[in-house]
Write a protein that binds this ligand. Sequence first.
Ligand code: ADP
Ligand code: MG
Length: 264
Amino acid sequence: MATKQTETVKQLTYLAGALKAPRILEAAGRLAEQARAAGWSFEDYLAAVLEREVSARNASGARLRIRAAGFPAVKTIEDFDWDQQSAVRQQVASLASGAFLLEARNVVLLGPPGTGKTHLATALGVIAAHQGQRVLFATATEWVTRLSDAHRQGRLPQELARLRRYGLIIVDEVGYLPFEQDSANLFFQLVSSRYEHASLVLTSNLPFSGWGTVFGDQVVAAAMIDRIVHHAEVITLKGASYRLRGRGIDSLPSTRSDITNPAG
Ligand code: ADP
Ligand code: MG
């Protein structure tokens, strides 16, 4: 009996190695005791062993995808404090299932500096990574640099095709810097190439009405917003900067272009 056990363990060691699933070996022994004690069926036992391997694989895959995404800092929905942003809590919660990724829907986070746009964009990226999607995060300026480089080297179509294999692309800080005409066109191509195909998450400190100035052209901006918003969740964050909480600073200089009287 003992000899037979040892033979089986040897065989399991070999089989787990051949499958490149080393955790099966560890789970098999541990779960066998539990299975005997609780009288599990063979099927229940097999499912439990395989389940350990699959969830361990998913977790290490997610870790790799999170590292590869290039987030400035890893943030999650669980870290987010809803006190200041209770108005959008439901809206964000409905995105946390990740269903928007399967439907190639976009998310646009708007609001003044420090209200948590980058935090929530990153948190959605982390959710996507856990769901097996590849994710890339960069600022609008960095995206434009990347696309211009590809364009200059004559490989823009290849680059756009490569990016389409990412389930989620995050464009942070649209509007912090205005684009040149060429850059605006490249950015438009990125948006078009993902339209109804794969998701984008964008953040901006400007309302859509200010995007014409960013893209240097009202027509390009309108065509872009049209594609982005057609299947999108638009989340508007409000309030004072989380960074300045408790520092006796109530608000930052306004970014609203419609304010002409600084004293008002
Ligand atoms: P934005 O991109 O809107 O300028 P960030 O998302 O970068 O703002 O937020 C600034 C900092 O404050 C980050 O460290 C972020 O994690 C934190 N932060 C902002 N809002 C919240 C919040 N509601 N709960 C927890 N942390 C927050
Ligand atoms: Mg930000």
